[in-house]
Design a protein around this ligand. Structure first.
Ligand code: NAD
Length: 365
């Protein structure tokens, strides 16, 4: 980072990917370019191939050159990968491998997914407005441990010729400690509450999880810690989601709870996410949605999840919270003006395409 007088320079790896990726990325880059001078920022965008686009060009969903570009950048902005034309490839060669390769290659162990109900979009939720109005929560999910990675795993031959499927849910103390710290630090910048979700009444791995989270908590005296069993947490997220600020949980529980959180908002085109590694490492910022091949190239995509992912990049990756807030405020403004892409449109609003939404954002900035 430079001195306060000269612009702070950041190199951003840009991976537009497939489907609607290039359209929403174009809008996002324009937004970042527009705010840069206002906050004395200087972005260098370097594009890389990932997903189906990379398979077509190189045969590899995550070419070594792309991972190298990402490792040598300050942050990675990814759109989405995937599409029918690559679905018949063997699993290890499919576009989604790019996501796994990026997570592993960048050491990304924390996934942050905010779910905020914007006042203008309360009706997009399938839940009653009085239940979702004002919801503003963040799911912090451990991404590289737990039952998806624990050993032993596999389908083994068992007694009397009956096969046995096995997965192992395991967490080490350092794995729990580092994800807990991410949640506590996020809460310090929010409303100061962490709810740790586990199944400590049944699972030993959850008992260790709870023990470690309790041990870390005193280092964050400004944060209040509570605990819920995962079954109760799922119920509470539907019954009274407003009670949550930061939800801290493991890989499997987080996979499920983050989708519940997404559905609270009812609008997949609005949801950003961040994947982070150890402090100082390169983070990955991407919308929650996929490549939406059904609307690709038709100027129908909602670019706001991608734009809000860029805001998360500024807040969590580059420590530029003021610029992040400027982008989030611009999003609220265009929605207040009634601008809506098809996925969030309702009667009385001004239906716009991806490009026009981008122009409205630039005007709002
Ligand atoms: P999807 O999220 O791409 O689309 C689901 C539905 O939501 C579609 O009707 C789509 O048109 C709509 N939608 C999604 N994003 C939108 C946006 N920004 N604006 C407006 N509408 C939007 O999920 P899918 O259809 O299950 O998957 C399509 C492809 O994306 C598949 O190849 C899948 O593997 C891939 N995928 C990639 C990621 C990722 O890159 N992280 C995530 C999920 C799915």
């Amino acid at each position: 980072m430079d001195t306060t007088d000269s612009p702070r320079s950041y190199r951003i790896a840009v991976l537009p990917g497939d489907g609607i990726g290039p359209e929403i990325m174009q809008v996002t880059r324009a937004v970042l370019e527009a705010i840069a001078p206002k906050f004395q920022l200087d972005f260098t965008f370097v594009e890389g191939l990932a997903g189906g686009a990379a398979i077509d060009a190189t045969g590899d969903p995550l070419p070594a050159a792309t991972l190298d570009l990402c490792r040598h950048s300050d942050a990675v902005l990814l759109a989405a990968v995937g599409g029918e034309q690559w679905d018949s490839l063997p699993a290890r060669q499919r576009p989604e491998q790019a996501l796994l390769g990026l997570r592993a290659g960048l050491g990304l162990f924390a996934n942050l997914r905010p779910a905020q109900i914007l006042p203008q979009l309360v009706d997009a939720s399938t839940l009653k407005p009085e239940v979702v109005e004002g919801v503003d929560l963040l799911v912090v999910r451990e991404l590289t441990g737990g039952i998806y990675f624990g050993q032993p795993k596999g389908i083994f031959s068992g007694e009397a010729g009956q096969r046995r499927g096995v997965n192992t849910m395991a967490y080490t103390e350092p794995e729990i400690d580092r994800i807990a710290r991410v949640a506590f630090e996020a809460a310090q910048h929010r409303r100061g509450q962490v709810c740790s979700v586990d199944k400590a009444n049944v699972l030993e791995v959850s008992q260790l999880w709870r023990e470690r989270v309790l041990a870390i908590a005193p280092q964050y005296p400004d944060v209040t810690l509570t605990h819920l069993y995962v079954d109760n947490a799922a119920m509470q997220m539907i019954r009274n989601p407003k009670q949550f600020d930061v939800i801290l949980t493991g890989n499997l529980f987080g996979d499920i709870l983050s989708d519940i959180a997404a559905m609270l908002t009812g609008s997949i085109g609005m949801l950003p996410s961040a994947s982070l590694g150890a402090p100082g490492s390169v983070g990955l910022f991407e919308p929650v949605h996929g490549s939406a091949p059904d609307i690709a190239g038709k100027d129908l995509a909602n670019p706001l999840a991608q734009v809000l992912s860029a805001a998360m990049m500024l807040r969590y990756g580059l420590q530029e919270p003021a610029a992040a807030t400027a982008i989030e405020t611009a999003v609220l403004r265009v929605l207040a003006l009634g601008k809506r892409t098809g996925d969030i449109w309702s009667a009385g609003c001004d239906r716009v395409g991806c490009q026009a939404m981008g122009e409205a954002l630039l005007a709002a900035l």
